[in-house]
Design a protein around this ligand. Structure first.
Ligand code: NDP
Length: 480
């Protein structure tokens, strides 16, 4: 089958009629073709967005809200179909797509459909000067949204929903590795009555289609989620053109475990925070630091639990760990296991590819735990983004904090303790955009989301996203 671009409310072939193969990670087979879109396709998408802009940016908040909530409802009523498509395209367990990915995509539209009706701007009375200031929050215009492959529809809609809620028109590109649910979304947009041109979806390679979006002179803002290197490249291209930028980038998140924590809850959650979605979530806690007093016990219990995880075909309901997203990614992750061993790491479990009967060419790998003795090794400093975690012990709070912060990334951290003072000290001193205490990936969509250091610039979520997607204009009125 052929996936098509969605431009001006219609499904169209790429101008060049060039196509790329799209693989099913569970069996390594090509199962669809996607447009290899060029600058011309992006130009058409931009044109359609620019034409839709005057009307959409002046639409009432009620109308935008109604359409976004309708999209959300249609996603919910198509949950099964979207979850199956996501699982097939990405390799993630179908159960995960049903419980997390698609419901969250629906929530993104519902949340921003509601949030836009509550979004207000400030006013400042200049007392003694006979003047009053108010802030206009106007749509930016045509904006670009570029998203990665790990949570395809979830992250795609996390950008698109606030962008259109705020009155912008969008040119969006999903990852070329996982284009399917973004393609299917087009049908729902039409059914929900989103006016033509408000959202345009172009498929293709990052280096050509994505590049055309970030270079386009009239696309005024770029919201990007992906790798840190790509983020740096986008910043280099977009900054001299004075585009507004939101960059959500890589992570190497610490999971800090103290002996005074609720042990069973910590253990179960740590299995999830290590290996959910094959470890391919930017928020996964891939560096586990454990207080010395419970290190040996944790090591034994953690290895035992992880060995019970079932690696299998994504649609098998007993599967905990599905396929990795692509062959090249599997090879990259395996290579990191070798690097860790060369650096003195000890593999406590996993480390190998898995062959699933009937799906021998799929990209499966065992969940892997590596014991290390120094945080300075490559496996602890570079993002692997797969089913691989390290464990290491620490003695004091000070040492734990140093280990956690001694990395170039700063996306999220998880802390397990029941000590209030420690909770506050770590919350203040961890150099990350998100700190979870005694939980992981509990998300309230009103909260600011994003990273510090090499994990990004800017915040998504709640009103932060609506602020990003609007231009603030100060109006000062003098009166007598
Ligand atoms: P990439 O950076 O490779 O790609 C992300 C997106 O950017 C894709 O759509 C890609 O297209 C596109 N792209 C690539 N090159 C360019 C370019 N020159 N110009 C414009 N667009 C481009 O990341 P991955 O898809 O491999 O995703 C994994 C990364 O995403 C990890 O580092 C992970 O940590 C990060 N991530 C961060 C999150 C956060 O919230 N901070 C959340 C989830 C993931 P194509 O796929 O076609 O190459």
């Amino acid at each position: 089958m052929n996936i098509k671009n969605y431009i001006n409310g219609e499904f169209v072939n790429p101008v060049s009629n060039n196509w790329l193969d799209n693989y099913n990670p569970s069996n390594g087979e090509v199962y669809s073709q996607i447009p290899n879109s060029s600058t011309e396709d992006v130009a058409k998408a931009y044109q359609s967005a620019a034409e839709a802009l005057p009307k959409w940016s002046n639409s009432t908040l009620e109308e935008r809200s109604r359409i976004l909530i309708k999209i959300s409802e249609l996603l919910e009523s198509n949950l099964e179909r979207f979850a199956m498509a996501e699982s097939k395209d990405n390799g993630k367990p179908l159960s995960l797509a049903k419980q997390i990915d698609i419901p969250r995509a629906a929530s993104n539209f519902r949340f921003f459909g509601n949030a836009i009706t509550q979004f207000a701007s400030e006013s400042h009375e200049s007392v003694g000067l006979n003047a009053v200031n108010f802030t206009l929050r106007q749509p930016i215009g045509v904006v670009g949204c570029i998203s990665p492959w790990n949570l395809p529809l979830y992250l795609f809609t996390w950008k698109i929903a606030p962008a259109i809620a705020a009155g912008n028109c969008v040119v969006a590109k999903p990852s070329e590795v996982t284009p399917m649910t973004a393609y299917l979304l087009g049908e729902i947009l039409n059914e929900a009555g989103l006016p033509k041109g408000v959202l345009n979806i172009v498929h293709g390679l990052g280096t050509t289609t994505g590049q055309a979006i970030i270079e386009h002179p009239n696309i005024k803002a770029i919201s990007f989620t992906g790798g840190t290197e790509t983020g740096a490249h986008i910043a280099r291209v977009a900054a001299p053109k004075f585009k507004k930028l939101s960059l959500e980038l890589g992570g190497k998140n610490p999971n800090i475990i103290f002996a005074d924590c609720d042990y069973e809850n910590m253990l179960a959650t740590t299995v999830r925070s290590s290996f959910a979605n094959q470890g391919q979530i930017c928020l996964c806690g891939s560096r586990i630091f454990v207080e010395e007093a419970i290190f040996e016990k944790f090591k034994k219990d953690f290895v035992q639990k992880v060995k019970q995880l079932q690696v299998g075909h994504p649609s098998d309901e007993n599967t905990n760990i599905g396929a990795l997203v692509s062959k090249s990614h599997l090879e990259k992750v395996e290579n990191y296991v070798k690097i860790a061993e060369d650096d003195g790491g000890k593999i406590l479990c996993g480390g190998l590819e898995v062959t699933i009967e009937g799906f021998e060419n799929g990209y499966y790998m065992q969940p892997t735990i590596i014991e290390i003795t120094t945080n300075d090794c490559r496996i602890n400093q570079e993002e692997v983004f797969g089913p691989v975690v390290t464990i290491m012990s620490f003695k004091t709070d000070k040492e734990a904090l140093q280990l956690a912060n001694n990395v170039k990334y700063g996306l999220s951290a998880t802390l397990w303790t029941n000590n209030l003072n420690r909770t506050m000290q770590f919350s203040q001193q961890l150099q990350t955009g998100i700190v979870w205490v005694n939980t992981w990936m509990l998300r309230d969509l009103r909260t600011p989301f994003g990273g510090a250091k090499a994990s990004g610039v800017g915040r998504e979520g709640g009103f932060e996203a609506l602020r990003f997607f609007t231009e603030a204009k100060n109006v000062c009125i003098k009166y007598n």
